[in-house]
Design a protein around this ligand. Sequence first.
Ligand code: ADP
Ligand code: MG
Length: 365
Amino acid sequence: MKVVLQNLTKKFPNRNKKAGGEVVAVDDFSFEIPDGKLVGLLGPSGCGKSTTLFMICGLQKPTSGKIFFGEDDVTDLPPENRGVGVVFQNYALYPHLTVKQNITFPLENLKGADKLTKQEMSDKAYEAARLVQIEELMDRKPNELSGGQQQRVAIARAMVKMPKVLLLDEPLSNLDARLRLQTREEIRRIQRETGITTVFVTHDQEEAMSISDVIVVMKDGEVQQIGKPQDVYDDPVNLFVAKFLGTPPINLFDGTVRDQTLYIGEDAVLPAPGVADQEVDVGIRPEGFLLGDDGALCCALTGVEVMGRDISVVSTHEHAQSKTIRSIINAENKVDADAQKVRFSLKPNKVLLFEKQTGKRLCLQ
Ligand code: ADP
Ligand code: MG
């Protein structure tokens, strides 16, 4: 089921009454979520992710704009009639009910032709439980489960009606690091197996990048960029997106373009064909540095961290915008940790230029 968001906007009255006015939580969001895909909605806290999700599931009504499931306009349809499954951030299981009762809960109130027998409900509960591999926990209460198991119950509960659209709001944020990794792979597997169109909300770029077919990067209620994770990483439209994606983060420098050449300080580091003379923000991905005695960028070496396959070279530069620069280099390279200086040449496709005032990406010709 494709989901179409058409000029979706949500305004709230400002909570700070004195300040007055309105908070635009989501601003003119248009996007067609393709059928059967997993879309990662990504951005910092407060950028409007949950509000977008709540509008899709019907818990909040848009101030303006429309939502379609397939060809049907569902903008005014109540949540229970939309065929959505939702997992909230605090997955709120009913503590006095068993796992099985928690999972069957959404089936209890079906009316008329949809009404199910006890046996049918049980079968569906086991089917959903099998999907998340918790069949053996059906008789336990939530407080007898680990965080990861509780999360699976919440997912099974969202899946039990075989929703047309699955909505997940920061579903992994209460789990420890290892379990997050495992559960996100699990969510991906379930999504692939069932082919349910899924929206996955997270503030964690790595999480979004790793499981999404498409990511939507948001800031202050506005969509910044939509695309395949790798494309958005390689070709961010602005400085915000470039900074938000990638670990370690992109390294930023103050630079100047003069005569179609990019300078960092007095060092001419790369050609910049087609870019007018100006001051620029220069972003260099950690993997964009190459060690070399004749490299144009000269940095002061502060440390070398061994990471097995790679090494991380930590250095400083007077025109860097952060205290340290982090470069990831293949471990086959040897770095003399006692050296004072380290020289790098740069991979052109890993160096991104941004307009100083607007943060807009400046593309080379
Ligand atoms: P996210 O999920 O990305 O952290 P939200 O969608 O929860 O962001 O919030 C987006 C913005 O809307 C924030 O500025 C938030 O304070 C505001 N907001 C969210 N819900 C309400 C509400 N019910 N009343 C007033 N403001 C709200
Ligand atoms: Mg939220």
